[in-house]
Design a protein around this ligand. Sequence first.
Ligand SMILES: Cc1ncc(COP(=O)(O)O)c(C=O)c1O
Length: 433
Amino acid sequence: MISLADAVGAARARYVAANPASSARYTDALAVLPGGNTRTVLFHEPFPLGIVRGEGCVIWDADGHAYVDLLGEYTAGLFGHSDPVIRAAVVEALENGVTLSGHPMAEARFAAAVADRFPSMELLRFTNSGTEANLMALATATVATGRRRVLVFEGAYHGGVLSFPAGYDPKSGGVNVPHEWVVAEYNNAERARDAIRGAGDELAAVLVEPMLGSGGCIPADPDFLAVLRAETERAGAVLIFDEVMTSRLAPGGRQAALGIRPDLTTLGKYVGGGMSFGAFGGRRDLMARYDPRRPDALAHAGTFNNNVLTMSAGLAALTRVLTPAALAALNDRGERLRAELNRVFAGLPARATGLGSLLTVHFTDRPLRTGADVALGDPLRKELFFFDLLHRGFHLARRGMVALSLPVGDDECTRFVEAVADFVDERRHLISR
Ligand SMILES: Cc1ncc(COP(=O)(O)O)c(C=O)c1O
């Protein structure tokens, strides 16, 4: 019987043979981009696909294969590839000119739409990415408190320079920005309480994802988040919810679903209608520090913070496409999909975790509550799953993540579940213990 390593080797070889144009694109890219790459998350061996086009929930690669795009640009592609309302808004913006050297008319209206949806964001400012939004939220917290320490959680991803994979050692630094990081275990309320009390009056902020997103779609226990809320309040520290991914889990984000009001919230991804986007906002007293009329105003710059394409696309997306009803339907579809996948995986060391329209497939039978739990999953089985599903016409993240977009319908979900069942039938001996 073929071994797991040989099956993965054969799947890779089949992939190489099927994708000569993607391979050639990759070779060209190697000449000017280190590893042919400008976005680490997209890299996988032997080379990633070159994508030429997308429409609805389908993408086509450089060799002409069509895939159902279940990755949804790591949650930013919630609207699919060609939403007509967003497209019309972008075309109209282009017709009126870009880089206008001033305030586009959509800017404040878009901000109002964001604040309307996320009421804890009493005042907010735009950035170009979720990373920048988190950088600014942390800067706000350190300036407002006059403190330097920041509590984060193992397995969290808050951006390219704010990444805390399992085993992260704050002393090593890596490319992370040099805050005084304290890293605690996710979903461990008791240790978080100890860490917050231990840091005492040196703690500026707690930064937390209400579900570990990149870290494997591991939802936070409501009690864990409630303890963070109570303890930061007691410590005079700023509680920052990074809802870059989780804001799409409910109208008002996971904070609204759980009834927990953070001091600051960061957003990114889909909120800009598919354009570059980030925002940070929250308590009026904190955000008012950026009011340029104040003599002691904090500066917050960024040439493209209010770029006309994002402002127009985001406004159309939030007010005319992503109605609360559309969002609820998307998340219900995700709940059904995850339940069906878990029926297919029953009895195997495999499972889909997550909430609503976001899920990750893991190959383990351990409980999955922390970044360390996720890190113990089997990477080879994940790789086999990735290549086998790609071969069957479904594009998901190499790490097993699925983020449904609005154009993904029941038909695509049914076909995906059938494809996963087919994978399980074919590979059962390789994915069982
Ligand atoms: C929870 C979370 N925060 C922040 C970011 C960073 O956002 P961006 O890639 O827009 O910088 C990401 C990106 O994956 C994310 O998942």
